[in-house]
Design a binder for this molecule. Structure first.
Ligand code: 13P
Ligand code: SF4
Length: 408
């Protein structure tokens, strides 16, 4: 028997075992509820996931540090630059974090990129300390690949709803029940979940890797993002059994409102991250990872774009395509509410102050238990080897998309 939260069970969502409001249910019915893959709207929140509340979105928003005044910001940036050199450290940032952090990473020889390039950059860079500005799974991937390096993060509470929604124990039972399937997990999972997987993928290379597995005659067990899984399943025709997780940010984009917005902007190209619901992906001109969407903005002749991904990426899009008009895709109608409103609360926890604390006080160190690390490394290496051997299989970020990439 395992424990499930009643409201999520009704919605067909498997959750961790420590939440209140739980019932006991036989594993078979848990697995059925996961397998059913309801495509009806699911209400996600994480404010009851643990007693401390550390995993809820409200906790994350409350921990977003206040914006610094201009003078303090400049002084903090200058101190960080100095300490990065002194400590032989490099800043590895995701496109969704604060623009100042993205700029600082770029100016100091670090990297601003999607999760695939962050993993490669951290692995290949000579610095002994990696400061990862993103969410915890990104720091864990860096540590798994480079155990000899110190990996620090501005706030270790910066998690991800996909990681939270895929507890390692429940996932292990799901895998045990389907030994005939290759286990493919998205990067947005814990080290313990990766330790159970055959392959890790990111949104940049998921299509290519699942296509490859299908060609080998493999059936797939996929976790945790149901929207990305469904998109890949449709594109490849692979036999995929899905976990039922979602990203709270992309899950809030609305197909109906997008349709209305498109009517107001008939010339705009619609760019969609595949963690978005089917009704949104169906209206996309380009579906891709964060770097693939950035590439589309820069390379397309279109003057206007509607962007369905975390709005943190608009910073880099504006820098790289200053003459293009960028419109955020709608997360809800005017009278509705949203939890993320197109910005990930956990990404928002990353700040200049947090990076400075990492460098001054060595706060936020990522650790991964060695046996788990060794097992988890297998699926990440498999992905990195695949993309190295099949460079044409993924849309490579063009020159300038990942600053300083050649230096790593
Ligand atoms: P990318 O790999 O496309 O950067 O996506 C990571 C992520 O967390 C998206 O929500
Ligand atoms: Fe996770 Fe979504 Fe945040 Fe990405 S944007 S880190 S998938 S919650």
């Amino acid at each position: 028997f395992v424990l499930l939260r009643l409201d999520l069970l009704r919605a067909g969502v498997g959750v961790g075992s420590s939440a209140p409001g739980l019932i006991q249910t036989p594993i078979a019915s848990v697995l059925d509820s996961i397998k059913i893959m309801s495509s009806s709207p699911v209400s996600y929140d994480y404010d009851r996931q643990d007693a401390s509340g550390a995993t809820c979105t409200a906790h994350a928003w409350a921990k977003v540090p206040p914006a610094l005044g201009a003078a303090e910001k400049e002084a903090t940036k200058a101190r960080i630059k100095e300490l990065l050199k002194q400590r032989n450290a490099v800043l590895v940032a995701h496109y969704y974090v604060d623009g100042d952090l993205q700029d600082l990473a770029q100016e100091t020889g670090g990297c601003v990129s999607d999760s695939l390039e962050m993993a490669r950059f951290g692995r290949d860079h000579a610095a002994q300390t990696l400061i990862v500005a993103g969410v915890k799974f990104m720091g864990e991937s860096a540590k798994i690949l480079s155990p000899e390096k110190r990996v620090l993060m501005p706030d270790l509470d910066a998690t991800c709803s996909l990681d939270l929604g895929c507890a390692a124990d429940d996932f292990a039972k799901f895998c045990d029940a389907h030994p005939d399937r290759k286990v493919v997990v998205y990067a947005n999972t814990s080290a313990a979940v990766k330790a159970r997987a055959d392959w890790m993928v990111t949104s940049s290379c998921a299509l290519a890797i699942v296509t490859h597995l299908k060609e080998q005659g493999e059936k797939i067990l996929w976790a945790p993002d149901r929207h990305l899984g469904r998109y890949i399943e449709k594109q490849t025709g692979a036999d995929m059994l899905m976990w039922n997780g979602a990203c709270i940010v992309h899950d809030e984009f609305k197909g109906l409102e997008l349709d209305l917005l498109k009517k107001d902007h008939p010339k705009a190209l619609v760019l969609v991250h595949p963690e978005s619901p089917e009704s949104v992906v169906a209206q996309a001109d380009v579906v891709g990872s964060t770097s693939q969407l950035l590439k589309a903005v820069v390379e397309s002749d279109a003057p206007e774009f509607i962007v369905a991904t975390d709005n943190g990426i608009l910073h880099r899009m504006r820098q790289m395509a200053p003459n293009k008009v960028l419109i955020e895709a709608p997360t809800a109608g005017n009278s509705a509410t949203c939890k993320s409103c197109a910005h990930c609360p956990w990404m928002a926890m990353n700040s200049l102050q947090g990076v400075l604390a990492c460098l001054e006080q060595s706060t936020g160190e990522i650790t991964v238990e060695e046996a788990t690390r060794v097992k988890a490394k297998g699926c990440i290496d498999r992905m990195l080897d695949f993309v190295a051997q099949n460079p044409a299989a993924i849309t490579k970020p063009a020159q300038g998309f990942v600053p300083n990439i050649g230096t790593a």
